[in-house]
Design a protein around this ligand. Structure first.
Ligand code: BGC
Length: 773
């Protein structure tokens, strides 16, 4: 039976969406998908002497509280309320036909973990405990093989420190002491890192006593089961890094000034973020331990028959992948280009296409076809050395390189030659910096940047919205617009300014009993039959509130999803997430989050995909396509430059026009152009001196006019900007009512007109009309 339009906004309880009218939220089907994604996103960093997978019959001693305190995801809005989360000990116990555990040691850790929980510590926030010598001795008599477990937790609203007071990136003293003891007493040592983002890897990469290391990330509710599958060889790891693991924290170019001021952060490394820095700037290659794109497997692959050719406006690449080892597995083919050194400083390599193979049996091969637009190799010229505020392909040779990490590449048999500098896209100087002191160039020196106070552009509304308030009998409802009885323009003439303001504000207080989420919604005007569009967080799944007792599926965090390098899985996850929202009568999913991993210290890295905007954009697009295919709106967030949480309502991200275009909004651009998210969430922070939500150049100039975005823009929750300035900038909805509004006063003073309000109101109504039931 077909439901009437917006049925779900008007009625409860929910209508089950699973097979045979079963509940789909938190269903086994979705939990299986979560586990599958975690398995594909696990990255094998080190595996000397084929220590992994563990041989059948291996006796194993597990060290560290992280064997019980498994962190399935981060906190804050990226949290998910799920029925259970498996831990590593429990997961390995299920493999007792394969490994024999030294339980006494694990029980000791279990007691320690439980007593810390009893003391009020929450999961992920426990301290490593002292390892008693007698237990260590007994464990080493039991076996020569040890598993060291380490976990890390993060949440929004706070960053990590690098001053030794916050063991996050580096190990704590207690962890170091435990590792030292284990290294002195065992012959074979394996490490699992249960973290949402990059942390120090130097302590095991250089340590010959530690043979194997697995980046198991925060893998959702069954991530620990995926970890156990891989440890014993029931699954073969195929994840690849989406961030560079550097030797020292200070090697990341953002490290020196990340915490320089709570009020601002200067992006002085400019476009040289992640591998763009390490692979380009002289002398920095040696600081890399595990490069971008890297990840081992239990089998081996050859990538051969690499061919590339120009076809129309694209470069098409083919590569044959053969499984040359002895177990089945998947490999990722990555394509990078190297642009000519010219007048514009450039990274040595940039990712431009990737694909994962299907599962290949030993001896099997698959030829993958990949392609990318020639114009995607262009650089953004913000100095005018070739063409001011334009994407430019400089003349010269563009090399195409193919392989399985940024460090393991072969040149394709084709080079794209360009004899003249070519402007691929002429744009406008938007969001220019007003006080950026310097920026890095490819040779490691800094350039000064032209940064001066500027008059920001505005985009006046030209369309008039008359007022024509009808009496009750002749009033038209929103459904009449849907049915084509009147136009949206005619409909909006009926609204008073107060009603318009109501539609441009989020509502939460007073609506909590309607929803399993706590983020509120917008719309809701019974008089015109305008339904209430209720939202819920993301990104790791539906965040319901515990009081409502609805368990959702906790999927792996975004970093891990990106490490799958498998857009099909990420799309499938999006579909599953959306079904869980839809079943709970929710319309707007506040995900995906696609800010860039600029520094390992950012408290929200786990919610974001990568240091690289290309893979972040592709993953976000896949996720949005999945979400929206189930009739739920995605909300790509946080637009833009929300790369730090400290003082997040007031911190100013200062960067060049080029870094903004090529790095910080590139993922949004890819996502908007490929997947058409219905909504975008602006960020809390300021960017080059103005709140992003008040920034007409960003929201109207770039997002709407250049990229053709036709959805709504909403604020982040309870931000500190002025709603009048926001609406004038093109930011339609202020979320939720705790945010307050200056609109009534501004309307009274004539600082904002009915026409301005109507522009956003129409976008909100168009957004609402997109939903089916
Ligand atoms: C976060 C958003 C989130 C919102 C609603 C904010 O604190 O920054 O990402 O969607 O809260 O929970």
């Amino acid at each position: 039976m077909k439901l009437e339009k917006w049925t779900r906004s008007r009625y409860s309880p929910t209508l089950p969406l699973g097979d045979n009218r079963s509940q789909i939220t938190g269903s086994q089907r979705h939990i299986d998908l979560s586990r599958k994604a975690a398995t594909e996103g696990t990255v094998l960093l080190k595996n000397e002497e084929n220590t992994l997978p563990l041989k059948k019959g291996t006796k194993l001693a597990i060290f560290g509280i992280a064997q019980f305190d498994y962190v399935c995801g981060g906190g804050g809005s990226g949290d998910v309320y799920c029925e259970y989360r498996r831990n590593i000990y429990e997961a390995l116990r299920k493999k007792d036909d394969h490994v024999k555990l030294f339980h006494k040691l694990s029980f000791y850790y279990q007691d320690c973990v439980l007593s810390q929980y009893e003391d009020g510590k929450t999961f992920g926030c426990l301290s490593e405990v002292e390892l008693p010598d007698n237990l260590l001795k007994e464990a080493s008599e039991f076996t020569d093989t040890a598993l060291i477990t380490i976990c890390r937790y993060s949440t929004e609203g706070e960053d990590h420190l690098s001053d030794g007071t916050d063991p996050y990136y580096e190990l704590s003293d207690a962890e170091k002491a435990m590792i030292e003891k284990v290294c002195a007493n065992f012959k074979k040592i394996i490490v699992t890192l249960n973290t949402g983002a990059m942390i120090d890897t130097s302590w095991f990469s250089d340590n010959e006593k530690i043979q194997s290391a697995l980046m198991i990330w925060q893998g959702g509710m069954e991530g620990a089961l995926s970890c156990a599958d891989i440890l014993v060889g029931d699954a073969n790891p195929s994840g690849k890094l989406v961030d560079t693991c550097a030797r020292n924290f200070s090697d990341y170019p953002s490290s020196y000034n990340f915490h320089e001021s709570p009020d601002f952060v200067e992006y002085t490394e400019d476009i040289f973020v992640g591998y763009r820095y390490f692979e380009t700037v002289p002398g920095k290659k040696d600081s890399v331990i595990y490069p971008f794109g890297y990840g081992l497997s239990y089998t081996t692959f050859d990538i051969t028959d690499i061919h590339a050719a120009k076809m129309g406006e694209k470069i098409v690449v083919s590569a044959k992948v053969t499984n040359t080892g002895s177990v089945k597995g998947k490999e990722v083919v990555q394509v990078y280009y190297s642009a000519p050194t010219g007048k514009i400083t450039k990274p040595a390599l940039e990712l431009c296409a990737f694909r994962k193979t299907k599962e290949l049996n030993p001896g099997d091969c698959e030829t993958l076809l990949l392609s990318f637009d020639i114009s995607s190799m262009a650089s953004y010229d913000d100095t005018g050395i070739i063409e001011k505020s334009a994407y430019v392909l400089e003349k010269g040779s563009y090399t195409v390189l193919v392989g399985n990490s940024v460090r393991n590449l072969k040149k394709a048999d084709f080079t794209y030659e360009l004899s003249e500098d070519t402007v691929t896209e002429k744009l406008t100087a938007y969001c220019t910096p007003t006080k950026l002191t310097k920026r890095l160039t490819a040779d490691g020196t800094y350039d000064s940047v032209v940064s001066a106070p500027v008059e920001r552009k505005t985009f006046p509304v030209s369309q008039e919205c008359k007022k024509n308030i009808p009496d009750e009998e002749s009033r038209k409802m929103l459904i009449d617009v849907v049915n084509g009885e009147i136009t949206l323009d005619e409909f909006v003439t009926q609204l008073t300014e107060e009603e318009m303001i109501h539609l441009l504000r989020g509502h939460r207080e007073g609506f909590m009993e309607m929803s399993v989420s706590d983020t509120g919604g917008f719309g809701d005007c019974e008089k015109y039959g305008i339904p209430f569009m209720i939202s819920a967080d993301g990104p790791a799944g539906l965040r319901s509130i515990p009081e409502k007792a609805v368990y959702a599926t906790a999927f792996p965090v975004a970093t891990m999803l990106a490490c799958t390098w498998n857009t099909d899985i990420v799309e499938e996850v999006g579909r599953a997430e959306a079904l869980e929202l839809r079943e709970n009568n929710l319309f707007v999913f506040l995900a995906p989050a696609l800010n860039i991993h600029r520094s390992p210290l950012c408290g929200r890295n786990f919610e974001y995909f990568s240091e690289d905007p290309f893979i972040a954009g592709k993953m976000a697009a896949a996720n949005v396509i999945g979400i929206q295919s189930e009739g739920v709106s995605a909300t790509a967030k946080h637009f833009a430059c929300n790369n730090k949480e400290t003082n997040r309502y007031y911190s100013d991200s200062i960067l060049s026009e080029r870094a903004l275009r090529e790095i910080y909004i590139k993922a949004f651009e890819i996502c908007v152009k490929e997947a058409h998210p219905r909504a975008i969430m602006s960020s809390y922070n300021l960017m080059n001196g103005s709140y992003t939500s008040e920034n007409a150049e960003l929201i109207t100039g770039i997002l709407r006019n250049e990229w053709g975005f036709d959805g709504i823009v909403m604020t982040d929750w309870c931000n500190k900007a002025s709603q009048t300035k926001e609406v004038l900038a093109g930011n339609d909805v202020r979320m939720p009512n705790c945010a307050g509004t200056d609109l009534p006063e501004s309307v009274a003073k004539g600082e904002i007109t009915r026409n301005d309000l109507a522009t956003s109101v129409k976008r909100v109504l168009e957004f609402i009309m997109w939903f089916d039931n």
